[in-house]
Design a protein around this ligand. Structure first.
Ligand code: RFL
Ligand code: PHB
Length: 392
């Protein structure tokens, strides 16, 4: 079957669905193709921390109601190292706060809102391919239930994440990739237990990094630095809790309530940027174009910023034929992305134990933590980046 639309969107993750909604509000038609099932998308855990700009964007597009009721607002964040705890007063230093509201909840809110629009996401769209990207009528082909379909579009938005097909559809010689792979991963568990602390604790410990975060006052999320090829099967819940206790401050360990895990997985850590984020009529957004290590909590927030810019550029095109914002899309996104990349890389270097670090590097890391503890300027810089840099 053949279809026609204005913007074809690949991927129904946060980037794809926020974009569809922003475009809908601008009177622009979309078709969203997604490889997975709705059940799979609703159960993906991932991110938890939102910048104020992301909260405002979700509210503006009408999916902020449940978030406003259920979210936790944090005025500060803790760094633990060398037996001490340092609280960074985010609100006092930057004037902004951060929000805890899980990506799985955002995903559900976005899917419910999208369903109400009347043009459902095409789930289980297989073998999506992109055609005619440098012409003025690009096309998407896919299979569903054994049949081939084609969607003719004005533009295509590649919102299909790091392992998607859109970035791969750009000829290799036209795209430059910057990458850093870290020699460790994060083992994460989710449990229906109260958080150990009312704010997040990022702990630098000689046995490796640990993070105590949460989804609500009754649901905790914890992460441990592990080797990149770690097998989850080797981590019983008991082993996880025992290791976490060793890596977090004593009072936090004493307050830790343990319980069975609801989810347990290992994620690799990577910094990655593909430039430019455009090829002809294909525009990349979110994880399809860039990956940050989760230490700075920037991935989902960057994805939201990309699609905000993209929707503005597309709206200007359909309203008045202007192409300058489309032409400027990649540079505008990348200037903010690189700052978030820099911050995420820096936070990762500051808080993790690198197996290959020399004694000199270890002392320098300890000195940097001590410097932050004694410097309001350093804390202000951390706070300003953590809560999210301005959009322009
Ligand atoms: P997604 O979420 O990967 O969605 C892409 C969608 O595209 C679909 N897809 C395809 N569809 C059709 N055809 C194909 N060929 C396709 N290939 C893929 C996929 O099925 C999927 O549904 O990318 P998007 O929308 O750009 O969103 C990005 C965010 O999901 C990501 O940046 C965050 O989860 C990163 N992240 C965090 N971000 C934050 O802002 N704050 C955090 O606290 C935070 N914590 C995290 C994180 C990511 C983590 N992991 C597991 C990578 C913690 C972790 C552990
Ligand atoms: C989370 O709540 O899952 C989370 C929070 C902060 C991070 C990474 C993950 O830096």
């Amino acid at each position: 079957m053949d279809m026609r639309t204005q913007v074809g969107i690949i991927g129904a993750g946060p980037s794809g669905l926020i974009l569809a909604r922003l475009l809908h509000r601008a009177g622009i038609e979309t078709v969203v193709l997604e490889r997975r099932t709705p059940e799979y998308l609703r159960s993906r855990i991932r991110a938890g921390l939102l910048e104020q700009g992301t909260v405002e964007l979700l509210t503006e597009i009408g999916v902020g109601e449940r978030m406003a009721r259920e979210r936790l607002i944090h005025d500060g964040v803790e760094l633990a190292f060398g037996g001490r705890r340092l609280r960074i007063d985010l609100k006092g230093l930057s004037g902004k706060v951060v929000t805890i509201y899980g990506q799985a909840e955002i995903q559900k809110d976005l899917m419910d809102a999208h369903d109400a629009l009347g043009r459902p996401v095409v789930y289980e769209a297989e073998d999506v391919t992109l055609h005619g990207l440098t012409g003025d009528k690009p096309r998407l082909r896919y299979h569903k239930s054994g049949e081939q379909h084609e969607v003719t579009c004005d533009f295509i938005a590649g919102c299909d994440g790091f392992h998607g097909v859109s970035r791969q559809a750009i000829p290799q010689e036209l795209i430059r990739v910057y990458e850093r792979v870290y020699p460790f991963g994060w083992l994460g568990i989710l449990s229906d237990t109260p958080p150990v602390n009312h704010e997040l604790i990022y702990s630098n410990h000689e046995r490796g990094f640990a993070l105590c975060t949460m989804r609500s006052m009754t649901r905790s999320r914890h992460y441990l630095q592990v080797s990149a090829d770690e097998d989850v099967a080797d981590w019983s819940d008991d082993r996880f809790w025992a290791e976490l206790k060793r890596r977090i401050p004593q009072e936090a360990a004493a307050a830790l309530v343990t319980g069975p895990s609801i989810e347990k997985s290992v994620a690799p850590l990577r910094s990655f940027v593909a430039e430019p984020m455009r090829h002809g009529r294909l525009f990349l957004a979110g994880d399809a174009a860039h990956i940050v290590p989760p230490t700075g909590a920037k991935g989902l927030n960057l994805a939201a910023a990309d699609v905000r810019f993209l929707s503005q550029a597309l709206a200007a095109y359909y309203k008045s034929g202007r192409t300058d914002l489309l032409d400027g899309y990649s540079d505008r996104c990348l200037s903010r992305i690189w700052k978030a990349q820099r911050f995420s890389w820096w936070m990762t270097n500051l808080t993790h134990r690198f197996p290959e670090a020399s004694p000199f590097e270890r002392r320098a890391q300890a000195a940097e933590l001590a410097y932050i503890a004694g410097s309001k300027a350093a804390q202000t810089s951390l706070a300003e980046n953590y809560v999210g840099l301005p959009f322009d």
